[in-house]
Design a protein around this ligand. Structure first.
Ligand code: GLU
Length: 316
């Protein structure tokens, strides 16, 4: 028998979760439980200044309102904590040391304007491909630049295609040097980067299955490269389509009329919302109330669309 599936919720409490976050969390919950697995909750408050504590507290209540339970993490704690990224910097520092010991990390003094200059080629996710301007700085140049500017730290990437098979979208391949460039491990303000933290944490917490929005599909090759360098076992990845507003816009934490408070004020219950999300995910023919547990026998990744899903007008 294979290892027990460990899925996860990894919300960033920079605002209240929106329906798109909850859509993805519902699929993560169903996917893990359909395989007899569990869920852990890790709060991705890396940048504590942007993550007020009230949102960290709120997100647990939002999950519970929908019946999206977890077995470990968040305020439940557990053996592999802390489960708040804001409390894990010592661990991220160790990860960085491992990469530094391999000679793969260098300081980057480029300003935002330099990075976003018109000539920089752009990757599929819209971010500029790093040109490598600071890749070959000498010790003297580094010392001189450091007098006037705090550097970010970047990881050297190979001119190599990293390929994997997404559980939902199928084969994906990306040449890191050409399509992404050397990427940031720690920002110039000292905050560790999402890519490093998420790999270190999923690796250390025994996560075997990652389910998240397809906006992170193009981050996955970078993450697989980090798994390799850090000697951690990578999970399986399933990316989900994004949930869009009825007008076809990406949902954001500012869409308050589609926030849980507004929906609760309209009198919608947890099962009302879960059923409608399951309808959007192709699991129900009609948007009727359902609890996550009741959806388990209906769940299969084949039913979930590949195209992003526009919320039908008037559904919420
Ligand atoms: N914390 C990220 C977010 O809320 C998710 C990261 C991940 O699932 O890898 O968008």
């Amino acid at each position: 028998m294979g290892k027990k599936v460990m899925g996860r919720f990894a919300p960033s409490p920079s605002g209240r979760m929106h329906l798109g976050n909850l859509f993805c969390s519902l699929l993560a919950w169903l996917s893990a439980h359909a395989q007899g697995g569990e869920i852990l909750l890790r709060v991705e408050d890396l940048d504590r200044e942007r993550c007020p504590e009230k949102f960290s507290r709120q997100l647990e209540q939002d999950f519970l309102f929908l019946g999206l339970t977890w077995q470990e993490g968040g305020s439940l704690g557990g053996p592999r904590g802390p489960y708040f990224q804001g409390e894990r910097s010592g661990y991220y520092r160790e990860l960085l040391n491992k990469l530094e010991a391999q000679g793969l990390v260098y300081p980057c003094f480029c300003s935002r304007a330099q990075l976003h200059s018109a000539s920089a080629p752009h990757a599929s996710d819209g971010d500029p491909v790093y040109t490598g301007a600071c890749r070959g700085l000498s010790k003297e140049e580094i010392a001189e630049k450091a007098l006037s500017r705090k550097p970010a730290l970047r990881l050297r990437v190979p001119n190599e295609a990293i390929a994997f098979t997404d559980g939902h979208y199928g084969p994906v391949s990306q040449n890191l040097a050409l399509e992404c460039g050397d990427f940031i491990l720690r920002r110039s303000d000292g905050v560790f980067a999402y890519q490093l933290a998420v790999v270190g944490d999923d690796g250390a917490m025994g996560v075997t299955q990652v389910v998240r929005g397809r906006d992170l599909l193009s981050s996955t090759p970078r993450q697989l490269y980090l798994y390799r360098l850090l000697g951690l076992a990578p999970p399986e990845f399933y990316h989900t389509p994004l949930l869009l507003s009825p007008e076809g816009r990406r949902l954001s934490k500012r869409d308050e009329d589609l926030g849980l408070d507004a929906l609760r004020e309209k009198g919608l219950s947890g099962p009302d919302i879960v059923g409608r999300l399951a309808f959007c995910a192709g699991l129900l023919d009609r948007p009727e109330p359902a609890r996550p547990q009741e959806l388990l026998p209906l769940f299969s990744w084949e039913k979930v669309p590949l195209e992003d899903v526009c919320l039908p007008k008037g559904l919420f």
